[in-house]
Design a protein around this ligand. Sequence first.
Ligand SMILES: *Cc1c(COP(=O)(O)O)cnc(C)c1O
Length: 337
Amino acid sequence: MKTIDLRSDTVTKPTAAMKQTMFEADVGDDVYGEDPTVNFLENKAADLLGKEAALFCASGTQSNLIALMAHCERGDEYIVGQDAHTYKYEAGGAAVLGSIQPQPVSLEADGTLDLEAVRNVIKPDDFHFAQTKLLCLENTIGGKVLPLAYIAQAKKLVDEHHLAFHLDGARLFNAMISQGVDVKEITMPFDSISICLSKGLGAPIGSVLVANSAIIAKARRIRKILGGGMRQAGMLAAAGIYALDNNLQRLNDDHANAKLLEQGFSAIEGITLHGRAQTNMVFFSAEKQKQLVDFLAEKNIIISNRKVIRLVFHLDVTADDVQKVIAAVNEFYRTKV
Ligand SMILES: *Cc1c(COP(=O)(O)O)cnc(C)c1O
């Protein structure tokens, strides 16, 4: 029986076709810059996002940390969302390894940072203060898409204050699909962007940091410091190339499946939806939550047991699976409560 795993879009497994391209990848020592497949992926990602250069990284955590360390020196500060991944879910790496002070700002309901609040925490040039160097946004954030007009306003603010501008774009392509724009329209204002190949794009490993050549040159040194210089990494990069070639447009299916589930759940008493699905995530709370989670697990449907449950759609979940989940939750509230 198939397992339907809705905990995250990180749980995808490489398909046979993806594995075949990994198997056949032309490789070399990437620390010498000699892995043709890594080089191809880096050029491809840079072109796609409209920047000069890119760096293949082991994870999004590493890629974000490298970006923060490329923009900020020891004792500098970056401004970030209170619930943003770089601040909250990356084990404090910026502080631990970069000696970079985070200045968190609360997130608004739509996933943006209030720009007046951001302006208010930018430190004046005074030796009492850390030097504010960078604003970091995340898109999508909690499944929400940042409006292009908002990013443009944020860009104005960072320019006024001579800050660098980084995007944690782990799910950038979900935003692209949702807005139906060329991804460059989203990435243009940013100095650096981190994308994940291992989320909805379905690669087993890997992120790419994209920026101008000077930042990437610095980033390459920092990656080495962090132990992220990989050798015949082309086998991994091949999966990323395959993902970018084949799995971008299909993110539409994940968004449609999220909507389908949301529709089904909206008719179930016992389920309270939180917000509306904009991309591949649905958030809700449930009566008898622990029992529901266990009941679904018996049916090989895996969801996380958090206060607000997040279901995430990805390429290993079909519309049929969604119907099964809706039916199972319906059955639970009909028979078990
Ligand atoms: C997953 C994720 C990352 C990076 O995660 P890794 O597991 O280190 O690849 C960064 N930012 C966001 C928003 C994410 O969801």
